[in-house]
Design a protein around this ligand. Structure first.
Ligand SMILES: Nc1nc2c(c(=O)[nH]1)N[C@H]1C(S)=C(S)[C@@H](COP(=O)(O)O)O[C@H]1N2
Ligand SMILES: [Mo]
Length: 271
């Protein structure tokens, strides 16, 4: 084979690999985690979350909503369709995975809860319980972990609340049991775990990562290879289990479904 043909066939292989969205092995999905409440090392959540009690689980629904009240999780989601969704997940740190989730469309829950027209954003909080989430005793972040979405983002059909993965009936604790957010066009840190509070609010929530480093982590956190993190490039990523780096795609490859929500916005400013 001449050199040119060799280069072409390697390029073809790479393109093929790019299109291949093989789920990341279960082992990696459940032992390489970010869940700082259980420790900052990637393997710490799997080791330290084993005895986390996720039953019974209450979710407090608050703010600009028809009936603010606390729900037992099964009541909150009763009757809502649980779907399989295989999504890419791109962490802001520069690695990525493909995860087969089971979850409900966030829009279906919001419709059920009936926020008032004043509600412009939805805020989520992780359980605050330092007895169970030991790192909440330390000032790594301001606890509890807080995340949020603009209402149109929350209503986008891609946004789900995951309650399972890899066909298991329940989420592993280290992945955010019993219910966590998944927004695949955004950096992974938007996907808040172990949600105990949902608030409908008028003003943009200040998220845990915005509080910790406002110049590094914005509210929108849309995956964007053209906007680097102040300390590293976001142009490429390492898919867990692969050797070669991949190019990071705008909106993590979901631009067709989400880009119109940000039409006219300066995505360098609104990072
Ligand atoms: N409560 C809470 N949620 C969290 C985090 C966290 O530390 N605490 N880490 C976030 C980050 S940075 C990522 S990349 C994803 C990782 O999700 P996974 O471990 O299920 O892959 O969870 C997000 N949700
Ligand atoms: Mo992340």
């Amino acid at each position: 084979m001449n050199r040119r043909r060799f280069v072409q066939s390697v390029a073809a292989l790479l393109i093929q690999r790019e299109a291949n969205e093989k789920p990341t092995p279960y082992k990696d999905v459940t032992t390489y985690n970010n869940f700082y409440e259980f420790g900052i090392d990637k393997d710490a959540p799997a080791r330290n979350a084993k005895n986390f009690r996720t039953q019974p689980w209450l979710v407090s629904v608050e703010g600009l909503v028809k009936r603010p009240q606390s729900y037992a999780l099964p009541d909150l989601i009763k009757g809502l369709t649980i779907e399989d969704r295989v999504y890419r997940m791109r962490c802001v740190e520069g690695w990525s995975m493909v995860i087969p989730w089971q979850g409900l469309q966030l829009s279906a829950l919001i419709n059920r809860l009936e926020p008032t027209p004043q509600a412009k954003y939805i805020e989520f909080q992780t359980l605050y319980d330092p007895d169970q989430l030991p790192e909440q005793r330390r000032a790594i972040l301001q606890w509890p972990y807080v995340e949020g979405l603009r209402m149109d983002e929350a209503m986008n059909p891609l946004a789900i609340l995951a309650v399972g993965l890899y066909g298991k009936p329940a989420l592993p604790n280290q992945n955010g049991a019993p219910i966590r957010l998944v927004t695949p066009w955004k950096y992974g840190f938007k996907g808040i775990k172990s949600i105990a509070k949902i608030r409908f609010v008028e003003k943009q929530p200040v998220t845990a990562w915005m509080k910790a480093a406002p110049n590094e982590y914005g509210f929108f956190a849309n995956v964007n290879p053209a906007v680097d993190h102040p300390r590293w490039s976001q142009a490429t990523e390492r898919r867990i289990g692969e050797f070669f780096k991949r190019k990071t795609l705008p909106f993590n490859g979901y631009a067709d479904q989400v880009a119109t929500m940000y039409a006219g916005m300066d995505l360098k400013k609104n990072f």
